[in-house]
Ligand binder design. Structure first.
Ligand code: AVJ
Length: 325
């Protein structure tokens, strides 16, 4: 009886978020692992490094748009004061520009950064409170949309920031679902400020995910390092190759880890042996790129209406303001 139950019982690690995701992903065909697995401490640090790479134009282009148009973005919120809520805030490095504009306009502003990483939120709180008087920071550790619940706004209008093209990780139908979840937690007239990367010359896109210094490669492979550490797996990151390719049909960059040889990798905590054929890949990320039309379709299917948008001179990145219907 004891033997039977131990045979039938799944290992405990399968019911942890990381264990469940790795089990699901490596027993799927084709193999895949979700991009949220990138963001352990090392991965978050590597992502910060990516945002400063010469090839990774996204962060600095979006920051440039905020630098130029933050006042206009706040003006569009109308006469009512706003509370600013940020989904997946991380270290909130671009948000300061909007917070300054809000303080300039309404004297003070409540800022609620939401993120799964407590470390990132603490850093965000410290540098914002030290650098921008008038901002009250009330961070929430939560899986983004859930954190919007029960934010007291005392009659203020909520402005939800979802920037950095984070929404680009979702398949379009899932992106609609995420925005519907946001909508469900808002009142009519509340606002969504969405930052998304635009479709552009494929060579520019390719370089942004295949940087010369190899930081994106390290970021991608760190997922294996994390699985080794947290589940005792035996991945040798050097036996996998970073691949990032443009898929024009789906309008997305696709990121993979491709096995250089036929190999079997054990993941003891999951009681799992993952078999790789030579050249077989794990799909680790999609990064969708949008046009004004494709993002409007998603936002509108989620029950928002775009009222204004801003872009840079090259139209490489777009910031869209939408009102909850
Ligand atoms: C954080 C999802 C916006 O898709 O550009 C950067 C993540 N992956 N380099 C992106 C990422 C590889 C990034 N997002």
């Amino acid at each position: 009886m004891h033997i039977l139950s131990s045979v039938l019982t799944l290992p405990e690690a399968v019911s942890t978020p990381v264990g469940a995701e790795v089990y699901r992903g490596l027993t799927s065909m084709p193999k895949q692992l979700s991009p949220w697995l990138f963001y352990d401490e090392t991965g978050s640090r590597l992502f910060e490094e990516i945002t400063r790479l010469p090839e990774y134009y996204l962060t600095r282009t979006e920051r440039g748009i905020f630098a130029r148009y933050a006042d206009e973005m706040l003006e569009s919120a109308g006469h009512r004061r706003v509370t600013i809520i940020e989904l997946g805030a991380g270290t909130a490095s671009k948000t300061g520009l909007l917070l300054r504009a809000a303080v300039g306009r309404q004297g003070a502003v409540d800022y609620v950064p939401i993120d799964v990483s407590e470390t990132a939120l603490t850093a965000a709180q410290e540098h914002i409170e030290a650098g921008i008087p008038g901002v009250s920071v009330a961070p929430r550790v939560a899986d983004y949309t859930k954190g919007i619940d029960e934010i007291p706004t005392a009659g203020q209008r909520r402005m939800v920031l979802y920037i950095g093209s984070s929404i680009g990780n979702f398949e379009p139908p899932d992106a609609v679902k995420v925005l519907r979840e946001v909508r469900r937690r808002l009142a009519p007239g509340d606002l969504l400020l969405l930052g998304v990367d635009h479709v552009k010359d494929r060579r520019i896109l390719w370089r942004a995910y295949n940087d010369a210094a190899g930081v994106t490669e390290a970021f991608n492979k760190n997922m294996l390092v994390r699985v080794n550490r947290e589940l005792g797996a035996g991945f040798n990151p050097r036996l996998f190759q970073h691949r990032a390719i443009w898929n024009a049909v789906h309008s997305r960059m696709e990121i993979y880890l491709k096995s250089l040889i036929g190999q079997r990798v054990s993941i003891p905590a999951l009681d799992l042996e993952a078999e790789f054929a030579e050249g077989e890949s794990i799909h680790t990320e999609n990064s969708y790129k949008f046009t004004a039309e494709s993002i409007a379709a998603i936002v509108e299917r989620a029950g928002f209406s775009i009222t204004q948008s801003w872009t840079d001179e090259r139209e490489w990145f777009g910031v869209y303001l939408a009102a909850r219907l």
